[in-house]
Ligand binder design. Structure first.
Ligand SMILES: [Fe+2]
Length: 282
């Protein structure tokens, strides 16, 4: 069924409602993204949430930061970690919780979307860092959130009973538009906008499957697109798209990557996925 008009609001709310940490994380993300960032105010918000408190303290005391003294308060941890690390952690924690579920409509078992999101975050940061664009942290956040729209579209895809879902030629992102009237990238961008994330991220998420259509987020969208291709071609979060990820050649040029580099890149991303998982799980 082709829907010409789609109401985004119930889909955005569906994603919001999936997370019990939603309000704390949204409030904290808005604070940490604010140009007049106030670490004490952020610490105050995080300290009200038991799971966020635990996660911030665990990261501050993790081997990654190798502190000489134990950090025991959220306020101390937030100041010690710095704005960008806290922002990455908030996104990882929130998205990780949301993404760790099976998505049968996409052919993904429990944990597969989660691993893919972490891989997208780590891989995009790696690529952006190599380019020296100063976009590394934005790439991490955008990578983590790029596929969040799938959470609301999964059940709709299942209901559509798309013919030959496993043995078709069109990529899932095109089938979403064809059958649901919206794709997960557009919906993900709407969620990112609702969470007050910067326009650059919103634009990059919206166009991560078609980076040539992006505006201010064009470089970031190309980074996401290439990281996604590297992961999917190696079976991470591929679902029904295993052999079906159309890459825009222009994006490879923007990111300065050749298809021959995919294997080496994947080998660099794999340990980053492992370490991100262990810093979240303790
Ligand atoms: Fe995607």
């Amino acid at each position: 069924m082709l829907q010409t008009q789609i109401n985004l609001e119930p889909l955005i709310q569906k994603i919001d409602k999936l997370s019990p940490m939603g309000h704390t994380v949204q409030k904290a993300l808005a604070l940490v993204s604010d140009p007049s960032y106030d670490a004490d105010r952020l610490a105050g918000v995080l300290a009200l949430d038991e799971s966020m408190t635990g996660m911030v303290l665990r990261l501050a005391n993790s081997a990654y930061f190798a502190t000489a003294h134990k950090i025991a308060s959220v306020k101390h941890a937030v100041n010690f970690l710095g704005q960008q690390n806290v922002k990455s952690l908030l996104l990882s924690a929130s998205v990780s919780y949301l993404m760790n579920r099976p998505l049968p409509g996409y052919g993904l078992n429990r944990g597969e979307l989660w691993t893919h999101a972490i891989g997208m975050a780590a891989g995009s940061r790696l690529l952006a860092d190599r380019l020296g664009t100063g976009l590394a942290e934005a790439a991490y956040a955008a990578g983590m959130l790029a596929d969040i729209g799938m959470l609301a579209l999964d059940t709709l895809l299942q209901e559509e009973a798309i013919p030959n879902m496993n043995a078709r030629t069109a990529p899932t992102v095109d089938l979403e538009t064809q059958y649901l009237g919206i794709d997960h990238a557009t919906l993900g961008a709407a969620v990112a906008k609702r969470w007050n994330l910067p326009d650059l991220l919103v634009d990059a998420i919206a166009h991560h499957h078609h980076p040539s259509l992006a505006g201010q987020g064009a470089k970031l969208a190309a980074v996401l697109h290439v990281a996604d291709a590297v992961l999917v071609k190696n079976g991470i979060g591929a679902g029904h798209d295993t052999s079906n990820y159309p890459i825009e050649p222009a994006a490879l040029e923007v990111v300065k990557v050749k298809p021959d580099d995919f294997e080496t890149l994947f080998a660099s991303i794999t340990p980053l996925i492992q370490s991100a998982k262990s810093s979240l799980n303790g």
